[in-house]
Design a protein around this ligand. Structure first.
Ligand code: SAM
Length: 240
């Protein structure tokens, strides 16, 4: 184990997450695959190894600092890109059944290869727009937990993500430093999509001290049939 891995293990231990040698090896393989595919696919701007461990792996796992992952069995990751946050979460919490949705097929191709290489079972990678996939009965009102990191502003994200959540399940948005205005702006969409903000946590990323927010929204009732609206409309005319 080198300095970067020791630091990663220690930071997680401080959050009561213990990581096995096998899981640590999976993260290292993940890093190598990410860098190798990044040359062709433009998966991430963060490529320096220490930064990937901190800003992708640790940051993805921070969701579990504020939400008890044992409460969730099924999780959907909307706009997962190169697998964040769901692949790090699946490595650490093997009981999770993960569904990834991304509209860019080259990212889905990478993720399918990655899942094979890491030997992760119970991970489904779907190429499609969230607006379309959440209309399919197998995915609508189905998931214990739905998450999205760095995909859209909250007023748009709610319409993309809440339709996947089952009644009494949660949508967790992983956001950056500015959250107050975004929350105000998202109030109408949250109520239209039958959600309720139940928790907002602030986290400082170790070493570089940038601020993150974890917004937990509980879904109180099934999504009304008119949502989500069509792709163009949803982005052009957010529910505000
Ligand atoms: N969540 C990853 C992360 O934190 O690194 C990736 C973020 S990347 C900036 C946004 C991703 O969302 C892209 O891979 C994009 O293809 C996907 N995306 C954007 N809109 C989407 C939609 N409506 N449905 C599905 N995927 C979408």
């Amino acid at each position: 184990m080198d300095e970067i891995q020791r630091n990663f293990v220690q930071l997680l231990k401080e959050r009561d997450i213990l990581i096995s040698d096998n899981q640590l090896a999976q993260f290292e393989l993940y890093y190598k695959e990410l860098i190798e595919w990044n040359n062709k696919l433009n998966l991430t701007a963060i490529t320096e190894r220490e930064q990937v461990y901190l800003k992708h792996f640790y940051d993805s796992l921070s969701l579990a600092f504020y939400y008890d992952m044992n409460k969730a069995l099924s999780i959907a990751d909307i706009g997962s890109g190169a697998g964040f946050p769901s692949i790090p979460l699946r490595i650490i919490f093997p009981h999770l059944k993960v569904t990834i949705v991304d509209s860019l097929n080259k990212r889905i191709i990478f993720l399918k290869e990655l899942v094979d290489k890491l030997e992760l079972n119970n991970v489904e990678c779907i190429h499609g727009r969230a607006e379309d996939v959440s209309r399919m009965p197998a995915y609508r009102d189905q998931f214990d937990l739905v998450t999205a990191r760095a995909v859209a502003k909250l007023s748009v994200l709610n319409e993309l993500c809440l339709p996947f959540v089952k009644k009494d399940g949660h949508f967790i948005a992983m956001k950056g430093s500015e959250i107050e205005e975004e929350l105000l702006d998202a109030a109408y969409s949250i109520s239209e999509l039958k959600g309720k903000v139940v928790q907002v946590d602030r986290m400082e990323l170790p070493s570089e001290h940038s601020i993150r927010h974890i917004v937990v929204i509980k879904k109180r009732f099934a999504t009304p049939a008119k949502y989500p609206r069509k792709a163009g409309l949803l982005n052009k005319n957010p529910l505000t």
